[in-house]
Ligand binder design. Structure first.
Ligand code: PMP
Length: 354
């Protein structure tokens, strides 16, 4: 830390992204990326936008927001697009949290929430999940705090029915409830149809997972016009050109090629069922996942050993060295070929550790 770094960040512990090692070619199952490339139209759109970067990107992000509005059956003014969904999450912490509106989220969830809270000087509370990693909805009834819930949750993959979320939204009418649907396209149920009913609901999603654009950085938020206007106030006060023109054009292409996206999701869901059943045969247990990953623990070998031995063998999964999580690994669902390599390597590890 330099002597110039503001004291307000003294205790800030930055988010640790999943490893992106370059030392060898890994089967990369650690950051929940898509195993599929972007669609043809998406790539063509991005390439043609790359020829015009002498101009700023559209600060309104009009073409993409219009497409999004059409796709999700909402109004243009009910949409915001951002540099990955991490950015809309950060904007939400800036816009809707402070000392009078502290943040609250489960103790086991997306690791960026406490970082955004600390970055923005927002007090927060972490509510423990139940032993089976599910949310006890009663913990969130009438708590009068700004609520962040990833649905499906990460790293567990467990989803909460929309009916349960509805109770949370209704019982906290004076606070924003943000539902982070980064993984919803793999079998979760979206809250987007509820935004017209509740002016305190904000839904965020990403193009990083189901739409194969993790490296292009594109996320979005959908909520009531006033909530979205607040987020635009924050956006125009930080970076009006937060999404570059290649990414905007590529996003439009991915929405146009929706059949391709839906097929990819279907494949991931099939590969998830296959992987879960193979892992069970090997002695792993895991909660039912509605996401593009599985959170699995073995009945004999520790989570850390499995992570390290898989890495030695060229397969990367995500291990969290935290008390309730250390027995587990979060394994991204990739192509069938990648899943078969994972299963073969796990077989070897289990043989070697007998
Ligand atoms: N929410 C959750 C639950 C996530 O796991 C992630 C991905 N790490 C994000 C949001 C952010 O993804 P992105 O910024 O790529 O949209």
């Amino acid at each position: 830390m330099s002597r110039f770094f503001s004291a307000k960040f003294d205790k800030l512990v930055p988010y640790t992204p999943g490893e992106q090692p370059r030392d060898m070619k890994y089967v990369k199952l650690n950051t929940n990326e898509s195993p599929f490339p972007p669609s043809k139209t998406a790539i063509e759109n991005a390439l043609s936008a790359a020829k015009k970067t002498e101009l700023y990107s559209d600060p309104e992000c009009r073409a993409l927001r219009e497409k999004l509005a059409e796709y999700y059956g909402v109004d243009y003014e009910e949409t915001i697009v951002t540099n990955g969904s991490d950015e809309v999450l950060n904007f939400a912490f800036m816009a809707f949290c402070d000392k009078d509106h502290p943040a609250v989220f489960p103790d086991i969830t997306y690791g960026f929430y406490p970082v955004f809270a600390d970055l923005n000087g927002v007090p927060y509370e972490e509510i423990p999940l139940k032993d089976d990693f599910t949310i006890d909805v009663n913990d969130y009834i009438g708590i009068s705090k700004t609520i962040f819930i990833a649905n499906p949750n990460a790293p567990t993959g467990i989803s909460l029915p929309v009916g349960e979320i509805r109770k949370i939204i209704e019982s906290n009418p004076d606070n924003v409830v943000l539902i982070d649907e980064a993984y919803v396209d793999f079998g979760g149920e979206s809250c987007i149809p509820l935004v017209r009913e509740y002016d305190n609901l904000l839904v965020t999603q990403t193009f990083s997972k189901s739409r194969s654009m993790a490296g292009a950085r594109l996320g979005f938020g959908i909520g009531s016009k006033k909530l979205i206007a607040d987020l635009h106030t924050i956006r125009y006060s930080t970076n009006p050109y937060n999404v570059n023109s290649m990414t905007l054009a590529q996003g439009v292409g991915m929405l146009e090629d929706d059949e391709y996206v839906q097929n990819n999701c279907k494949t991931v869901i099939e590969n998830r069922a296959y992987t879960a059943s193979e892992l069970s045969k090997l002695g792993f247990t895991m909660p039912d996942s509605s996401a593009n990953f599985i959170f699995a623990k073995h009945n004999r070998v520790s989570g850390k050993d499995i992570y390290l031995k898989l890495k030695e063998k060229g397969v990367l999964v995500r291990h969290f060295d935290k008390p309730r999580l250390t027995d587990y690994n979060r394994i991204t669902i990739g192509s069938l070929e990648q899943m078969n390599i994972l299963i073969a390597k796990l077989n070897e590890i289990l043989e070697e550790t007998k």
